[in-house]
Structure formats: C-alpha cells, structure tokens
Design a protein around this ligand. Sequence first.
Ligand code: NAG
Ligand code: NAG
Length: 371
Amino acid sequence: MACLSFLPHILQASAYIILFISFILSSFSNPVQSQCKNPPVIFNFGDSNSDTGGLVAGLGYPINLPNGRTFFRRSTGRLSDGRLILDFLCQSVNTRFLSPYLDSVGSSFLNGANFAIAGSRLLPKYEPFALNIQVLQFLHFKGRSIELVSAGSGNLVGDEGFRNALFMIDIGQNDLADSFAKNLSYTEVVKMIPSFVTEIRNAIQVIYSQGGRKFWVHNTGPLGCLPQKLTLAQKVSSDLDPHGCLANYNSAAKLFNEGLQHLLQELRSEMKDATIVYVDIYAIKYDLIANSSSYGFSNPLMACCGYGGPPYNYRKGVTCGQHDYQVCSEGSEFISWDGVHYTETANRVIASKILSMDYSTPRIGFDFFCH
Ligand SMILES: *[C@@H]1O[C@H](CO)[C@@H](O)[C@H](O)[C@H]1NC(C)=O
Ligand SMILES: *[C@@H]1O[C@H](CO)[C@@H](O)[C@H](O)[C@H]1NC(C)=O
C-alpha cells in the first residue's frame, strides 16, 4: 500500500523527465526557433557548402537523386541528402530557403538571394563563378531591384532592405583543394593563402561601399578529413593525423582560417559601423569527426553515397548520383554524404553549434540580425 502513494510522484517525475528529454531532443535535433519576428534579408556567397541550386540553374549540371532524398524527397541541386547549414540558419530566423540568384523559374527574392555556386573559388577572378563574379552579380541584382521597386514592383528587396541585409560568405575550400590537386607542395599552397584571403577582403569592401554593414563569414572546414581527399591524395600513414585525416591539408585549412580571422579583425577596425562575425566551422566539423560516436555517427571518414566500401567509400568517376554508385540506407549515421559534402544530419548538428554562439567571434547570435 505504501508504495502506491509514491505513484503520483513517480508519474510526475517521469512526466518531467519525458518533458526534459523531449526538450533536449527538440533543441538538439531542431535548431529552428521561432523568436525572430523580422528576419533579415540575406545574401549568401560561396561554393557547394551553401549552394541551394545555383549550379543546376546556372550550368544545367545534373544533380540527381539520391541527393535530396532525406528532406526534399527530390533533388533540389543541393549536394547533400537534405538541408545545408545555410538552410538550417534560414529556418532559425523564420525565413524561407534562399532562391539561387540564377534560378529563373518560380523564384522569389523578397527574402534575399543566394549567389553561391558549387565549385566556386576565390581565384582566378572573373572565372565563373569566382567570388568577385558573385559580387558583381549582386551589384547587378541590387541595381535592378531598386530600379524595379521604384517603378512600383512590390516583390523585390528595396533600398532599406539592402541597407539592413545580412551578407554571408563561405568560400575558400576549392582554392585549397585545387591547389593540392594540381600537385603543389604544402609550402606552395601556403604561399597562395594571402592572395585567397585578399579576395574576401575585396568582396567585403565592395559590399561595404554599397552600404552593407552586416557580415557573417564562415571559415573553411577540415579539408583533410574529406573521404574524397583521403582517397585521391598520395599518402603514407605518417601523413595522417590521430583522427585519420590528412595533416597537411588540415594545416593549410587552419592557416587559411588564421589569415581570414586576421583579415576580419582588420576590417572591424577599418569599418567601425559594421558588424563582422567570424564563425569557426573548422572547429565544429573537426569536433564532429573526432568525437563522431558521441554524436551518433559510426564512420566519420566514410561517405554514405559513393563506391568501394570501407575505409572511405569513394571512387573517382563513380560518385553519388552519377553511375553505379552505392548509397547507405541510414544517412543519419554518416557525417559525409558523398565524400565531399555533409549529410543533412551532420549539417543540422553543425547549424545548432553555430547557433550556440560558442564558435562566433565576436559572440553574436544569428538572430542578432532580426530587427
Ligand atoms: C602528381 O604527382 C604524382 C607523384 O609525384 C604523379 O604520379 C601524378 O601524376 C601527379 N599529378 C599531376 C596532376 O600532375
Ligand atoms: C572531443 O570532445 C571532447 C569532450 O567534449 C573535447 O574536449 C574535445 O575538444 C573534442 N575534440 C575535438 C577535436 O574537438
């Protein structure tokens, strides 16, 4: 009998526990918050890490299923099974996924535009779709939008929208990757880093001179942990770090990031009225790989979609969505989707870490740009 009197307490306690667990789960699995009443207009520049369909729109390059299978259930031109980091960040401030600037069918640009295109680099300039071209496209987009808005169009961003817009940049990975792919030595790759970083300076300066005051810049991830690089690079075991990644590729990525961080520090003192946030994507992604099992991932260096099985499941010419590839059944157990890009599950964890502010310099949240 005595035991029974505990029952309500036990029930109550377990209700709390269930509530607590579902709170943890929802805050972990769903970085989406609904506090943001007035989301910022967002313009994004970059490569495949944030391409929401630009390559397909711009070059007609086919990106097939199983890309997109998890969330969209069709291919959207994103190189992932689902959403990208950018998509999760957009959702966190209650704004729709960004339309690719080049997508002429069914696009809305009222909440901004995405200029990122898979494969894009910082250098050489004036080669599609280098960052400087993306910025030129933005200038065209801005001029044309303002012209149309003053002629009465209500479906585009106006003057004030541009002034308050958030400008996001995530680029540099392909510059480092291509340099290594061309057989440049580590020292030669490192020598090129300042010229890469200068291109980001140029982009921010142009946007600033056009009235942009809010910048959100992602650094580059651990290039040497990508299954594609691990497969294709000539390597001996001493080239690998304790987590099995290519040490010199990662060192180059870290040097690029140091240069980028230093640049943004300089720009903050030159542009006193600007907010410039640096986000340490490298640390987030490397933590995911180093501590993969605690995040629920089983094979941190193996692609879900590719060919050849362990250790990397990557083969040139048999890549995801092309011919004869094999795809895992549970993408949520993998960090790497196709050997280069991350799975939706990994992107979601990365986005929730970004939203934690722990990786931002200065410590500013993404929803800071809601007004
Ligand atoms: C790079 O160097 C390796 C060995 O030094 C050679 O086998 C390979 O063909 C080279 N690749 C290119 C693209 O030059
Ligand atoms: C792995 O997790 C531990 C414990 O949270 C942390 O101290 C460590 O820095 C992580 N490793 C990396 C590479 O981030």
